[in-house]
Design a binder for this molecule. Structure first.
Ligand SMILES: Nc1ncnc2c1ncn2[C@@H]1O[C@H](COP(=O)(O)OP(=O)(O)OP(=O)(O)O)[C@@H](O)[C@H]1O
Length: 460
């Protein structure tokens, strides 16, 4: 047939036939669920059930589809996906001839709905926050702030991206409202406040509207206060706001990806206000906590995502720096398993499906030995030559040991490679690896330095 006289269904019937011949399994699992909708010029529009399904097709099978389309009289067909079209799926495998795609106009007798997991944990509460050693203190402080507002004022929570700071703020909101439905709780990101503030300034309007929106509250929660860095005018406003709420014993909770002293160009008065109450770090959950979070998500998913323990362990072991990323990866695997059946999913497929999350994860671990040595030297006010040199005075030996420890923690380099970068052997590195956690246990200043350096390096 001449390509010019073909309908969308004709074009897709040929391409789908090719795809089926190449790999029947893939065809049944994916391509059969695409519905030809229209053909405009060389552009074939195919219907898919939803964005998630569509993203798998474009991420994983784009080349195969383009190839199958190109084979139709060698012309340069392209395709686009349109979500919102449930497929009509054959109940049993049939011969090739019967596998022609269904035209949209044909009645869809009983569309088979793919089982899709409901989005996890619609509400962030204290009950669905998994507590481990790395966030216990922050969790307890947030709970106390919700139960006895004003006791820890302000409460300042800090930690890397995606480790649960906003979750805790939302849990406070839920709990405060549960205890006192009349309480006025205002949650805003610092950027939202900055926007409101500068919009009013630009329009030469009075700031009273802005002020009452943030002052007439019982609890004020501000996410990401590091956005105040270098914003002198807003810092002044924030300082006044802070003092007003504080003097009225209204609970203030702030979050940031760094400690107050690490926010660049933050007014000293504001810095000391931020530090004057309770500061607590929200750390990255350890392996066991990540596994517990994954189990909780699995139990929460409607129809129980049929993901076996081996997949949860795979996720917990490979995505360790950010719970938000872990959640994205979990949803991707759970949806895949839900559509295709867990028994069909292998660890190799999981790796393939999660390639972008795994790449992000390794990029976030992609910290060079040199950058660690420099950061540690800068932090302790010694030179790089000191770190790499022979001096054994405590002021130099300790930073050197911390640098080696961080190299082990934050990079994939072997102890031999790290030793070589310091002009030493691997035994010295192993000694540092053992010794630094002991120093951290005994010495709060060292512990703070190590966690601060870790966050700083992971952020860069
Ligand atoms: N300990 C935990 N238990 C359960 N869920 C968690 C935990 N930590 C993080 N999460 C989940 O991970 C996701 C990301 O968390 P959240 O948005 O609170 O991160 P964040 O620290 O505020 O990040 P950012 O600084 O980038 O805003 C959320 O879905 C949250 O519910």
């Amino acid at each position: 047939m001449d390509a010019k006289n073909m309908s969308a269904a004709d074009v897709w019937a040929i391409a789908a036939g090719r795809l089926k011949t190449q790999n029947e399994h893939l065809y049944r699992q994916w391509f059969q669920k695409l519905t030809p909708l229209s053909l405009e010029g060389r552009m074939l529009k195919l219907g898919v059930s939803d964005d998630f399904f569509g993203s798998i097709i474009t991420d994983q099978y784009d080349d195969l589809i383009i190839q199958a389309l190109e084979e139709i009289d060698g012309s340069d067909f392209d395709y686009a996906l349109e979500p919102g079209h449930e497929p009509v799926i054959e109940p049993e495998p049939r011969p090739v001839a019967a596998a022609a795609p269904v035209r949209p106009s044909e009645p869809a007798a009983e569309p088979v709905q793919p089982r899709r997991p409901r989005s996890c944990m619609d509400e962030h509460t204290f009950e669905n926050f998994v507590v481990g050693g790395e966030n216990r203190h922050a969790f307890a402080a947030a709970k106390t702030a919700a139960e006895e507002p004003g006791l820890y004022n302000p409460l300042y929570l800090y930690g890397a991206s995606g480790v649960g700071k906003t979750h805790l703020l939302q849990a406070v909101t839920v709990e405060v409202r549960r205890r006192n439905p009349k309480a006025v709780v205002r949650y805003a990101t610092c950027d939202e406040l900055l926007n409101d503030f500068y919009n009013l300034l630009q329009q030469h309007r009075s700031l009273s509207e802005f002020r009452s929106s943030v002052r007439d509250v019982d609890v004020l929660l501000v996410d990401d206060v590091h956005s105040l860095a270098k914003k002198t005018q807003m810092q002044e406003e924030f300082f006044n706001l802070f003092n007003t709420l504080y003097s009225q014993r209204k609970q203030i909770i702030l979050t940031s990806d760094r400690q107050p002293c690490e926010i660049s160009d933050l007014d000293k008065r504001l810095e000391s206000r931020f530090e004057s109450g309770m500061t607590a770090e929200v750390g990255v959950p350890e392996f066991e906590a990540r596994l517990a979070i994954l189990r909780m998500w699995r139990n929460d998913v409607l129809n129980k995502a049929p993901l076996g323990d081996e997949f949860l362990e795979f996720l917990a072991a490979n995505i360790s720096s950010n719970v938000r990323r872990l959640h994205g990866a979990f949803i991707r695997l759970a949806s895949y398993a839900s559509l295709s059946g867990n028994d069909k999913l292998t660890i190799e497929q999981a790796e393939e499906l999660l390639h972008s999350q795994l790449a992000q994860e390794s990029a976030s671990r992609d910290i060079s030995l040199d950058s660690i040595q420099r950061a540690v030297a800068g932090h302790f006010g010694v030179t790089l030559t000191d770190i790499l040199g022979e001096k054994r005075t405590r002021g130099i030996a300790e930073p050197r040991m911390i640098a080696m420890y961080l190299c082990r923690e934050l990079t994939g380099n072997s102890s031999n490679e790290i030793g070589a970068a310091f002009g030493r052997n691997h035994a010295t590195v192993l000694h540092a690896e053992k010794k630094v956690p002991e120093l951290c246990r005994d010495n709060e200043t060292i512990r703070r330095s190590v966690t601060q350096l870790k966050r700083q390096l992971q952020r860069n």
